[in-house]
Design a protein around this ligand. Sequence first.
Ligand code: ZN
Length: 361
Amino acid sequence: MPPLNLKCSPYNKQAGAWKAGRLLDLADRYSRQILFSPIGAEGQKKLAASRIAIVGCGATGSALSSLLARAGIGYLRIIDRDYVEPSNLQRQVLFDESDAADSLPKAVAAARRLAVFNSEIVIEPHPVDLTPKNAQELLSGVDLILDGTDNFETRYLINDFAVSAGVPWVYTAAVGSYGVTMTVLPGETACLACIFPDSPKGIVETCDTSGILNSAVSLIASIAATEAMKLAIGARDKLHRSLLSYDVWTNEHVGISTVRPRRECRACQQRNFVHLAGEERPHITLCGRNSVQIHERRRPIDFDDMTRRLSPHGTVRHNEFVLKFWRDPYEITLFPDGRAIIKGTTDTAVARSLYARYVGS
Ligand SMILES: [Zn+2]
């Protein structure tokens, strides 16, 4: 994993100048939010003191971090393993065409964009995959964790960490025209494993198979971001305490109470944190449509070196964050720690052999 000191000082380098010159008066910047009486000036200070981690910065993560950065949450840690692609732009509101052309890691592109509209807050980007090994390091030191991921494996990991450490977290998911969200308060409400003891196998739809409406993302991210603000200012009585789902196309909406944990829940009652222990974590996983991810290989890669090695075999391009290598019909994206996303196959054996051939075994 790249070092945690990927702090985003480059992304708020203007902050010092702004503070010195007071180009922006904070009371003025947040005036319309302070006028909303449940928040007020005191609430605004609490938002500024609040520290939030957002895991996954695709569609929901973009919407969540955008709302919370504008609202003045003082510290945002953004963890995402992926890079920006053209098909993201329809719904991932923090990214633009140049980010996709440069294949920028989403965490980095997000931090840059957020700092453009709020340089007063601290944004810490981590372009890595959240795993049982690094979860403790990446999720510690925050008041709240928000789920912007697209898979249950990572959500169970977040749930295990959050329940074991007593940190609240908000589950969100959006696919097709509907979104789902639930706020987990460890020791108080149901947790994700209370509601879904196993990955919901009936629900096999993903954004890659069922598509997604950007408005479904916005709706569910708005509810989750508001829950985050309520938690930050201590308005716990206003939390919705349900598994809330809303379909923006059919207008169906359902709320299932999460007020009480399930008595025999593996996570919050038996405190058996199998996902955090990482007993069954594979090194190679399917990752979206027609691609395979080879997880952290702990093989630091020199991009200049690798470019020289790969040039005779296909097209290679790199920036400081990712290296891309095209060899028909495959596209290999390499990260500095050796992690790779291989597009053009769903066969893990093929992916493994491509990795061994071009990167090293
Ligand atoms: Zn539970």
